[in-house]
Design a protein around this ligand. Structure first.
Ligand SMILES: C[S@@+](CC[C@H](N)C(=O)[O-])C[C@H]1O[C@@H](n2cnc3c(N)ncnc32)[C@H](O)[C@@H]1O
Length: 272
């Protein structure tokens, strides 16, 4: 039985993961930064806010392009790392669905791989709309699921489906926007008041040196998948890990492993 809310579990998990996030996952998630910033157009002198900024790399990259960029994240430890990474930028602790910023402050808002972790993604999109200036743009990314070409998720899901004996039913609010879905992104942004979205599929790749490195990443970064794995008896866990390991190793070609993990970039504009 799950005793905590999704929000509480996510908050505790990200608070713990901040110190190792850059070493384990930044090489993957930062692949979305340039496509997101390219979609926003000219950033010189623009005020831009990155929501769920994690360790701050999008803020650093936007500043390099001339934006006056700042970040918010609900985990104090993420904000602490972001401040060390980019000491010249402003980072604050805030929930995406309750931003401290005034109405009509920013020319652009971004949120990379954040909405899929939120209990209230509609609240976060509504807040982005509120703090954007008329005509401002909002760009966000979400991972595609296994059925849309996410090879890593497909391998993990197949292994779990084959062996898991204790399925952990995830409550409804845990799976909203869990995977990229153009219709859902269109609905959630229209509901907030944005113009119709444009979409782009981003080719992001995981290039681990070993299958064990992928398992370590899953165990140290994923939240819901790790809960499902932890809910299995040890012998079942071992079978699942072995299956994932051999599926990943079988993909090695010329000594290298590459797993495609595509993401959806959604860009919308607030009416002028
Ligand atoms: C997968 S990480 C992405 C971090 C960064 N945007 C990146 O692309 O590397 C998800 C981030 O969302 C933050 N987050 C999750 N829910 C949030 C919320 N409700 N409000 C603000 N930040 C949130 C987490 O603390 C974490 O830093």
């Amino acid at each position: 039985m799950l005793q905590k809310t999704f929000h509480e579990i996510e908050h505790a998990a990200w608070s713990e993961r901040a110190a190792q996030y850059d070493a384990i996952f930044a090489s993957v998630s930062t692949q979305a930064i340039n496509p997101i910033l390219d979609a926003l157009g000219q950033l010189q002198g623009m005020r831009q806010l990155d929501v769920a900024c994690g360790t701050g790399h999008l803020v650093g990259a936007a500043s390099k392009r001339g934006a006056v960029s700042e970040g918010v994240d609900f985990a104090q430890t993420m904000v602490d790392v972001a401040r060390v990474n980019y000491p010249r930028n402003c980072f604050q602790v805030a929930d995406a669905a309750q931003l401290p910023q005034d109405d009509r402050t920013f020319d652009a808002i971004t949120c990379s791989f954040g909405l899929n972790h939120m209990e209230n993604p509609q609240g976060a999109v509504d807040e982005a709309f509120r703090v954007l200036k008329p005509g401002g743009r909002y760009a966000f990314t979400l991972w595609f699921g296994p059925e849309d070409g996410n090879e890593l998720q497909a391998i993990i899901q197949q292994a779990i489906s084959a062996f898991a004996v204790n399925p952990l039913a995830l409550p409804k609010e845990w799976v909203q926007l869990r995977a990229a879905d153009e219709t859902a992104c269109e609905v959630i942004t229209r509901q907030a008041g944005f113009r119709p979205p444009t979409f782009k599929k981003l080719s992001i790749a995981l290039q681990p040196t070993s299958a064990q490195e992928v398992l370590d990443t899953v165990n140290k970064i994923s939240i819901r998948t790790k809960m499902i794995l932890d809910n299995q008896p040890p012998t079942v866990q071992q079978k699942i890990y072995e299956t994932i390991r051999s599926a990943i190793e079988s993909r090695r070609a010329d000594g290298l492993i590459s797993l495609v993990c595509p993401a959806l970039l959604t860009v919308v504009q607030k009416p002028g």
